[in-house]
Design a protein around this ligand. Structure first.
Ligand code: GH3
Ligand code: MG
Ligand code: MG
Ligand code: MG
Length: 312
């Protein structure tokens, strides 16, 4: 006989696993003119392990969005001088916040008002008063979904690194930051040598393992503030922040050496693979757009110079 399944325990387990995988707590922005109520919601959500921020003055909404980077906004409807719908419309005008979920939380009970709010930039409608449990569940399921979608949009599925378009954006961002604070930024392209041969000799699945191994090594060796992206098939782009040329060469060369020490196993035999790196110092270039072209040229020189080397 099959034992009856303890569904709640099963759900608990799944939730534990999901929570561990998405280690960072969900971030909620609560926009409400009733500061006491906003604080109450905030307390409830924090009690459930989320991070929250309250906002009663909409003038600073974009600074707060930019700095706090919420997963979701809980938006009051009626506030003095403006409505949550007005605010949602303005938020939606900006590309960066186009897909940020906005959930209205209001005492408005008129269904026409609710529907009209939702068709104007909102994603859902919750009514006040709301029980603590209802609030926590409603918010966390939507935040979880948002995280999943974001991951899909931003991250490369094989390596978990930033996708092509995102690493490009990130490098441009780091470039302007580095200029502003006058700190050295190194941008490098790393490309696996003779990778086509790896695929041809050992198969595509083994090739994938090699790509993953390099991604893993990069995650291990770079700092948290650095950015790593999968620029193409077996080509990676990295931004090393606050890193001068000497430090960059030391780090990249260490990565090059460690990578070729990895022994990959295939059916026929074990094998090793090498790596070429092209790097530039961002300060030598007047525009963000020319950085990747220059790094690519440096990479080409490393390849032409015989591979398994760095050109900076
Ligand atoms: P070089 O030393 O000049 O870089 O030579 P290469 O063979 O590494 O360069 P090339 O650009 O000719 O080949 C890259 C190969 O990478 C071709 C492509 O089939 C393979 N590739 C691209 N994406 C993936 C992937 O996701 N998985 C696997 N296994 N192979 C991939
Ligand atoms: Mg209000
Ligand atoms: Mg290659
Ligand atoms: Mg390549």
């Amino acid at each position: 006989f099959l034992k009856p399944v303890d569904i709640p325990r099963l759900i608990d387990r799944v939730e534990q696993i999901v929570r561990r995988r998405q280690a960072l707590p969900y971030r909620l922005l609560i926009v409400d003119d009733d500061e006491e109520l906003a604080r109450h919601y905030s307390l409830i959500l924090r009690g459930a392990g989320m991070e929250s921020r309250t906002l009663s003055d909409p003038v600073s909404i974009f600074e707060v969005l930019d700095e706090f980077q919420p997963d979701l906004i809980l938006m009051d409807l009626n506030m003095p001088g403006y409505t949550g719908v007005d605010l949602a419309r303005v938020i939606r005008m900006h590309d960066d916040w186009l897909s940020l979920p906005i959930i209205y939380l209001s005492a408005e009970t008129d269904i026409d008002q609710q529907l009209s709010a939702m068709s104007n930039g909102g994603d859902d409608f919750l009514t006040k008063p709301i029980s603590d449990r209802h609030l926590v569940v409603a918010v966390s399921v939507r935040a979880a979904r948002m995280r999943q979608l974001n991951e899909l949009m931003v991250k490369d599925s094989l390596t978990g690194l930033l996708k092509h378009s995102r690493i490009k954006e990130q490098i441009a961002l780091e470039y302007s930051k580095a200029r502003r604070v006058n700190s050295p930024l190194c941008v490098a392209m790393l490309d696996i040598d003779h990778f086509k041969q790896v695929n041809d000799t050992y198969g595509h699945a083994v090739g994938d393992q090699v790509i993953k191994a390099l991604a893993h090594l990069l995650k291990q060796r770079l700092r948290k503030s650095d950015s790593i992206g999968r620029y193409g098939g077996e080509e990676f782009a990295v931004a090393l922040v606050d890193c001068d040329a000497d430090a960059a060469i030391a780090l990249l060369d260490d990565i090059r050496m460690r990578f070729k020490e990895i022994r990959f196993s295939a059916e026929k035999e074990n094998f090793t693979v090498t790596l070429s790196v092209g790097a530039i110092m961002a300060a030598d270039y007047p525009e963000a757009s020319s950085i990747l072209v220059a790094a690519d040229e440096a990479l080409y020189n490393a390849k032409r110079g015989g591979r398994d080397r760095i050109c900076l």
